[in-house]
Design a protein around this ligand. Structure first.
Ligand SMILES: Nc1nc2c(ncn2[C@@H]2O[C@H](COP(=O)(O)OP(=O)(O)OP(=O)(O)O)[C@@H](O)[C@H]2O)c(=O)[nH]1
Ligand SMILES: [Mg+2]
Length: 396
């Protein structure tokens, strides 16, 4: 699962990325700090089955903290997009190609209104972040439209002659973007396109590309720098129709995760508060900074970073967590590790999809699967449920 972090320059994309992954990405208060994309692993939280099965787990691809399984998901931070990037402004939008395989986007917005369209620092409140929501959507849609339209006329003519279905033609153009035919069909249905392709005007194609974006790459808005934002503006932004928003303080999350690493505090990402381990060890600056962060967290019920990722994973992409094991009796892999792996799968995934996720061979030679909880034997098309623990039996 890949989530792309997008937004104009200087809004806190790399700060969000670093906080969520604890990978180091360059952060600075000027535009275009990031040029090359940063890739790293974030995680979502799930219930670890080790408690229910009363065993001690030995996670391999994930981690378990007090019964909470931390399941990895990939994040990518790219350069900032500016208005008219699709016409080559700023760094253009070519770097979006790194995000072709993104399953969803987190659009980071500077909710203080203190950065202009190009990411330059301006007086707080002098820039309306709503403009950023609109132009970023346009840039992403133009990017998709550009890919869709490349050689489209020729293809459409050929398709007409060979009586190929419209969704097939468009799907073929967009395979590199990880868009499914079903998503193209759904987009075509709601776009009310003119019957003949020859009659499609530029605005029709734009509308279609926009619906393809909505169907295939859902987007959440991180109202970032919430710690410094004007409450009235925050309220207006969070009530905007048609957008899913989460207030975030990426800088606070990054500081908290670093302080946790050095042992200064105890904090589990996503929690509403943190605990100072030994206040006698804090210098006055650290104390002041931690007080500030505690206040911010109280205001928003946390920093919002983990919430943002989990909202994307569970609410927008409707992912489920599944635990594959080789031996359903002992819940182990072939090395004897108990409940070693946790995978994120799309809701509606089957036992065979899980087999392919574990290993291509396992998918190719799938015979049956066994639910370790109920010991029920199921076939390849059995639809999995959240928190299933499954054994795949394959031909050797
Ligand atoms: N107050 C506040 N500042 C933040 C927050 N998140 C990031 N910043 C600051 O915003 C500035 C830009 O942060 P970056 O993470 O480099 O922004 P970016 O979007 O990656 O910028 P480019 O790579 O230039 O596109 C830095 O000075 C950060 O410290 C936050 O939650 N609150
Ligand atoms: Mg950056």
């Amino acid at each position: 699962m890949l989530i792309g972090i997008v937004g104009k320059p200087n809004v806190g994309k790399s700060t969000f990325f670093s906080a969520a992954t604890l990978a180091t990405a360059e952060i600075a208060n000027y535009p275009f700090t990031t040029i090359k994309p940063n890739k790293g692993m974030a995680f979502v939280r799930a219930k670890c089955p080790h408690i229910e099965f009363n065993v001690k787990c030995q996670p391999r691809n994930s981690a378990c903290e007090n019964g909470v399984r931390l399941v990895p998901t990939e994040l990518m931070d790219v350069a900032g997009l500016v208005p008219d990037a699709c016409q080559g402004k700023g760094l253009g939008n070519q770097f979006l190609d790194d995000l072709r395989n993104a399953d969803a986007f987190i659009h980071v917005v500077d909710a203080t209104g203190s950065t202009d369209c190009e990411g330059n620092a301006v007086k707080p409140g002098s820039h309306d972040p709503v403009e950023d929501l609109q132009f970023l959507e346009r840039e992403i849609v133009e990017w998709i439209k550009g890919i869709m339209e490349k050689g489209f006329d020729k293809l459409a003519r050929a398709a007409h002659l060979e009586s190929m279905k419209l969704e097939q033609v468009i799907h073929e153009r967009l395979t590199g973007l990880g868009v499914s035919e079903a998503q193209v069909s759904a987009a075509l249905r709601i776009s009310s396109m003119p019957a003949k392709i020859i009659d499609w005007k530029d605005e029709d194609r734009y509308r279609l590309a926009q619906n393809i974006r909505r169907q295939s790459k859902p987007m959440i808005i991180a109202l970032n720098k919430a710690d410094m934002a004007d409450p009235a503006l925050m309220k207006r932004l969070s009530e905007l129709e048609g957008y899913v928003t989460v207030p975030t303080c990426a800088e606070t999350e990054l500081a908290l995760r670093r302080a946790t690493k050095t042992g200064l505090i105890t904090y589990v990402p996503g929690d509403k508060e943190f605990k100072i381990n030994d206040s006698a060890k804090l210098n006055p600056n650290q104390k002041k900074a931690l007080d500030y962060m505690a206040q911010v967290m109280q205001r928003y019920g946390g920093t919002g970073v983990q919430q943002c990722i989990e909202k994307v994973a569970f609410d927008m992409l409707e992912l489920i967590v599944v635990y594959p094991v080789e031996d359903e009796g002992h819940l182990t892999d072939h090395d004897g590790n108990v409940l070693p792996d946790a995978f994120l799968l799309r809701n509606g995934s089957t036992a065979k999809d899980l087999a392919y996720k574990v290993h291509t061979d396992l998918g190719d030679h799938f015979i049956r699967a066994i639910n370790a909880r109920t010991h029920r034997v199921v076939g390849h098309d059995h639809v999995l449920e959240n928190e299933d623990v499954m054994t795949i039996v394959a031909k050797r």
